[in-house]
Every structure is written in C-alpha cells, then in structure tokens.
Design a protein around this ligand. Structure first.
Ligand code: CTP
Ligand code: MG
Length: 555
C-alpha cells in the first residue's frame, strides 16, 4: 500500500481559459517527416479515442509538487503519460495505462459540499484536486513545465519569420509554430470523450468523434472543436440474431424525418450539457441551421465546441483533407500560410457571414495543387479509382468512396518550391474566371458554374451543394484584389538576401501585414487597391448578410 499524500479529489466545476506558453513545439525538425508509414485516419481516430478513455482532467492547486501528484495518482494504477497546462489555473491531463484505474480514482473522489450553493452530483472524469494541508506546498520542487495550448503572439511570429533563411523556411516555420501540438490534440480527444460520457447517459454506446480542423491536419492552435455525435455505432453493437421464427426489435419513438430526430436528440443533449456538464458554459442550441448543432464553451480546455449529429459526410470530408494534408509536406505549409494571409486581411473571420471560410480556402488550395504540372495532389476521382472493396462508403446515397490507406498513393514528382507555389497561387486565383467557372476537386478541373453564386466550390461528396454559397460578390472581389496585390508584391520584392539582423519585413511577412504590403507598391498602383479595400470594408460593415453583393464581376 502506497502511503497517501495529503490530497483530496473533488468532482470539478470549470474555470475560464487563458495562456501560458512553452516554446518547445516551435522547434522545427526538418526531414523528420515522410519516412514512417502513415496511419489511416480511422486508425488515428480509434487509437486517440481509446487513449482519451483512459485519461482524466484535473484542476490542480497553482503550486503543486509534480512528484507527489504522480505518486498519489499512481495508487490507482500506472500512468502512461501526463502534462500540465495553464488556463486561469493549473490543469493536468493524466493518461492511465488501464481504464480500470479511472474507476478506482472515482471511488475515492468526493462530491463537494458547498455552503451557499447546491451541487448536481454528475460524476465525470473532470476532477478538482485540493491540498489538505497548506504546508504541503513548502520546500517541494514545484511543477514548472506547462504546455501551451495557445498560438505564439504576432510579435513572436514576425520575429520567427524574419529570422528564417528563405521563404520556404518561413512557410515551414509558420506551420511548425501554429500547428496543433501533441498535447493539444490529446486535450481535444479528451474533451470529446468527456462529452461522450454525458451523451452516453442517453445513448450508452454512442461515440463523439472530433472532425474538421482538429483532425484534418490543417488545425491551428486555438481553432474550434467540431464534434460529431455518432449514434450509428450503437447499431453496429446490436447483434442481429434470428432465433427461430422471431425477430426482436426495440420499441422506439418515431418522428416524421431524420432532421427532426437530429433536432430532438441535440436538444436533449444540449440541455444535459447546460445543466449537468462540468465546465460546459454558454450552451446555445442552433437547431434550425442547415446542419443543426449545439455550440458551447468547454472552459477548462478553452475550446469552443460545435456538436452535431447526422453529419457523417463532414467526418468523411475531414478524412479526405487529412489524406491531402499528409500526402506531401508542402500542402499543410501552403494552407497554413494562406489561412494566415486570409485572416490577416480579414478575408476570413471567426464570425459566420458573407466571407470565405477556412474550409473553402483549403479546398481552393487543394484544387490549385491538383492543377500544377505535374500535379502535386491527385483528384478525388483518382483516389476513388484506387479504392478497394473495404474502402467502399456510401452515406445517405452519396458515394464517398476513396482509398483510405495513404501509403498506397504514389507521391508526386513535382518539385516546385513553396515560394513559387505561393506566388502562383495568387496569380492563379487573381485571374480565375469566378464568374464562369466552378472549382471541383473531384475532377481536378474547372467546370461551368451551375448557378449564379459569386464563388462556386463544389462539395466533394454532395455535388449539388456549393460549400461557399455564403460568399458575397464583394467578399470574392476582395479576395481577388488581395491575391493580385500579393502576387504583385512578391514580384516586386527585391529578393535581397535576408540577414538575421534585418528588421525589415520580407517575404511572407510583407504579405501578412495588412498595411505594410501596400508600401511596396508604386503610388499609382497603391492608390487603387487601398481605396478598394476601404470600399469593400465599408461594404462588409454595411451589409453583413450572406446576400450582400455588388456589381463587380469577380474576374
Ligand atoms: N463542412 C462542410 N461543408 C461546409 C462547411 C463545413 O462539409 N460548407 C465540414 C468540413 O469537413 C469542415 C467541417 O465541416 O472541415 C468543420 O467546419 P468548420 O469548423 O467551418 O471548418 P474547419 O475545417 O474546422 O476550419 P476552422 O479551423 O475554421 O474551424
Ligand atoms: Mg472547425
């Protein structure tokens, strides 16, 4: 029997998020990729979920002896790994080797007794650690290493970019600095797993999968956490046995449509999160959206969460993006820089509206990379032609089949640099016939636009849908103007060899500073884009609705 240190675990109420950072994850490790066989998306999802199920989240006293803390928890079983992070308080994520350890820990945990408020005794895997004796703090080595869950500041980013050796180095540096860290990914899966426990009160074998940028390889520190409540897994668990003449079915409630079923399920889960979910705050039920969802903040992790169900195609499109992002190391670097560029110029926003989304922008980059000669990325049709019987996937009548084992996809022979690709991207979309053509990654070529939406990007799995239907003509025009301006800036850059002592922004940095870019334009040229920029800014303030449009032709 291990002697018990003076700790006491309580079921946990949440706190608010903040940031303290370590810069370990900023260290670029060139050449460390592309060697080992890459895991399938479904393997990654299953492994991470299983890890998350063996993991707990603990709110700790601000000063704690890491050694004692681990010794205390090890009474319940061996610990596989752990890390601390700051989020207006110190938190620990602790992964046990065995799931049983969690029950053991829960058995010893108390529900808090409050004098002035009543508690709802929902027992989750989110705990609160209290010190029994204050004296425990003294003369112990304190936990100092805490992992950052936030991106570096703009100042830090510009420093890093200015010290880079080439533009390619700049793009890779930006990727390394902003991509999700191992710890952040763990925290995302853990958060899904905690929400799954709540949903499982109603649907015991449900699964909550992360999707979108948390898992599609394009996630940036601080991005939202998209969650998919998967109820189909329940059916997979049902063993269909036909014994004799009988077939047993569950007696269930019927509703007129799948959409209504989705709304009812999300409505109840939303209530549950709001009333019982430790650390879940600001719960909003957005049930009349095209894809009904429950939005909430998970305070301890700091994630803004969007929970959907009946949204399996989005999970499949996350898998497709994961494959594209993993096939060639240039893809993620280019997408990250362009996402940054778009955000820096307010082409994208965290608020939904008439502007382009990161998802649409990513599909535009994929399309551009399919158009290179030789192509850097294969078309979706060619990924489909490589598929085996086990890859076959039809979701609600849509054929979503493509090869899942990315090791079977032939690497591209294209050796273009990131610098060239960035320039060419701006040239390409600065001159694209948006008024006539639709972007289609299934075939990897432009197609005639089927309707009059300013920007048409075909949904890869639901060809009748346009993923950028929300984008107004003025927002598209802004994208085109900025692409042209950026192409022009890169052409004009006097390609002076950057020196580490140089304070002058260069290369990628000039493209990320909204005002600095224009100073490299000659006066005549400068005037137009700036006035247009002001005009489109006024327009976007004036009419923030998806319907807003002007007469610009988007060419
Ligand atoms: N999605 C889709 N069609 C859309 C919008 C979104 O299929 N019109 C799916 C995509 O799989 C997308 C996911 O929903 O990746 C999540 O959407 P969103 O959060 O808007 O995009 P992310 O890719 O997660 O990017 P961000 O970092 O901006 O959240
Ligand atoms: Mg998202």
């Amino acid at each position: 029997q291990v002697p018990r240190p003076a700790f006491r675990l309580l079921s946990c109420p949440g706190t608010v998020a903040a940031d303290v950072r370590s810069e370990e994850h900023l260290v670029a490790k060139p050449g460390s990729e592309d060697k080992a066989p890459k895991k399938r998306f479904s393997e990654v999802q299953k492994e991470r979920r299983e890890q998350a199920q063996r993991t707990v989240l603990i709110h700790c006293p601000s000063k704690i002896s890491e050694k004692k803390f681990l010794k205390y928890l090890s009474q319940h079983g061996p610990i596989n790994n752990h890390f601390f992070y700051e989020s207006f308080g110190l938190y620990a994520v602790v992964e046990f080797c065995q799931k049983d350890s969690i029950n053991s820990l829960k058995n010893e945990t108390h529900t808090p007794c409050l004098d002035t408020e009543a508690v709802i005794p929902f027992k989750s895997r989110f705990f609160n650690l209290k010190l029994k004796h204050q004296s425990n703090r003294i003369s112990e080595p304190l936990c100092t290493q805490s992992s950052s869950q936030s991106p570096p500041s703009s100042k830090k980013l510009f420093e890093l970019l200015n010290y880079a050796e080439s533009m390619d180095d700049q793009l890779n540096t930006l990727l390394k600095a902003f991509q999700l860290t191992e710890e952040n990914i763990k925290l995302r899966y853990l958060t899904c797993s905690l929400i799954e426990d709540i949903a499982a009160a109603y649907f015991p074998s449900c699964v909550v999968w992360p999707f979108g940028s948390s898992v599609n390889s394009f996630g940036k520190l601080g991005c939202d956490l998209d969650m998919f409540l998967d109820l189909d897994e329940i059916e997979k668990c049902d063993v269909h046995k036909n014994v004799g003449n009988f077939l047993m079915e569950f007696q269930v409630k019927n509703v007129p449509s799948g959409r209504i079923a989705t709304q009812k399920i999300l409505s109840v889960i939303g209530e549950c999160l709001d009333h019982f979910g430790p650390g879940c705050v600001g719960v909003q039920k957005i049930l009349n959206a095209r894809c009904p969802l429950v939005r909430f903040s998970h305070q301890a992790s700091g994630f803004q969460c969007d929970l959907t169900t009946n949204n399996r195609i989005a999970l499949k499109s996350s898998e497709l993006l994961y494959i594209y992002g993993s096939l060639d190391s240039r893809v993620r670097a280019l997408v990250f820089s362009l996402r940054f560029w778009a955000r820096a110029h307010s082409l994208t926003s965290s608020i939904p509206g008439a502007w382009i989304t990161n998802f649409s922008l990513t599909v535009m980059v994929i399309f551009f990379l399919q158009r290179r000669s030789p192509p850097i990325l294969p078309t979706l049709d060619s990924l489909k032609s490589l598929a085996d019987a086990e890859d076959r996937c039809v979701i609600e009548g849509s054929n979503c089949t493509f090869i899942q084992d990315l090791n079977k996809i032939k690497p591209s022979g294209n050796t273009e640099t990131l610098e060239l690709l960035l320039k060419e991207f701006f040239e390409y979309f600065g001159n694209f016939s948006f008024n006539k053509n639709s972007i289609n990654i299934r075939q990897g070529k432009e197609q005639n636009k089927p309707d009059s939406s300013p920007l048409h990007i075909q949904n890869p799995f639901e060809p009748s849908l346009n993923i950028s239907k929300n984008v107004s003509q003025s927002q598209l025009q802004k994208l085109v103007d900025l692409a042209r301006e950026s192409a022009w800036i890169l052409q004009q850059e006097d390609r002076h060899q950057p020196s580490p002592s140089s304070k002058r922004p260069w290369g990628l940095t000039t493209l990320l500073i909204p005002t600095a870019g224009s100073k490299f334009l000659p006066k005549k040229k400068r005037k137009k884009p700036v006035s247009e920029r002001v005009k489109s800014l006024l327009e976007s303030i004036k009419d923030n609705s998806p319907e807003s449009s002007t007469n610009t032709d988007g060419k």
